[in-house]
Design a binder for this molecule. Structure first.
Ligand code: IMP
Ligand code: MG
Length: 187
């Protein structure tokens, strides 16, 4: 199989190796299954595109009935490394969430702007609950507080890629989370 090995040029270090990620994802899946078991209808809402790999792995460990859905939001454009304060829904989810439990599945919370915009939008649609499951969080970067119910890992303030997270849309397929060497990676 051909692999996109170019990532090696830009990798400063592996922050979370594939086994570490998989172990934590399995734990989160078990915890979610337990905590939603008696609650009723659950919808996992993947935030595109970064949340895709996390959600696909996570749902394999969720042992209760659930549905999946997707929403695409604008964060920052290609090349940019900062979230702009305003967020837009590029593609809305298709399910009616009234009286349902929504669990947002996100790759990373950085400034918090993206989720602090999405959560009230969803809450206005009358769900039973809206909660957040994020693989990664950079608490030192937070500008807006967002309550996180399920967290994979807290990470330092470094730009990371792999396991859904991109470097200008590439390398989402890597099974680990790596830190970018910003001296070698010039977009
Ligand atoms: P926030 O609105 O600042 O919380 O940013 C959230 C979004 O920014 C995430 O969903 C990611 O798409 C993107 N992002 C933030 N930090 C990183 C990173 O280190 N690598 C890749 N994408 C990131
Ligand atoms: Mg994202």
């Amino acid at each position: 199989m051909e692999m996109d090995e170019e990532y090696r040029k830009y990798l400063a270090k592996i922050l979370l190796d594939a086994d570490t990620v998989q172990t934590r994802v399995a734990e989160l899946g078990a915890q979610i299954s337990e905590e939603y078991r008696t609650k009723g209808d659950l919808i996992l809402l993947c935030i595109l595109k970064g949340g895709v790999m996390f959600m696909v792995d996570l749902m394999r460990h969720i042992t209760i009935p659930h549905k999946i859905d997707f929403m695409a939001v604008s964060s920052y454009g290609s090349g940019a490394r900062q979230s702009v304060g305003h967020v837009r829904i590029l593609m809305d989810m298709s399910a009616d969430i009234s009286d349902k439990h929504v669990l947002i599945v996100e790759d990373i919370i950085d400034s918090g702007h993206t989720l602090s915009y999405i959560v009230p939008q969803l809450e206005a649609r009358g769900p039973k609950s809206v909660k957040i499951c994020t693989l990664l969080s950079k608490p030192s970067r937070r500008e807006v507080d967002v309550p996180v119910e399920y967290l994979g890992f807290e990470i330092p303030n470094e730009f990371v890629f792999g396991y859904g997270l991109d470097l200008d849309e590439r390398f989402r397929n890597l099974p680990f989370v790596g830190v970018v060497d910003l001296d070698k990676y010039k977009p």
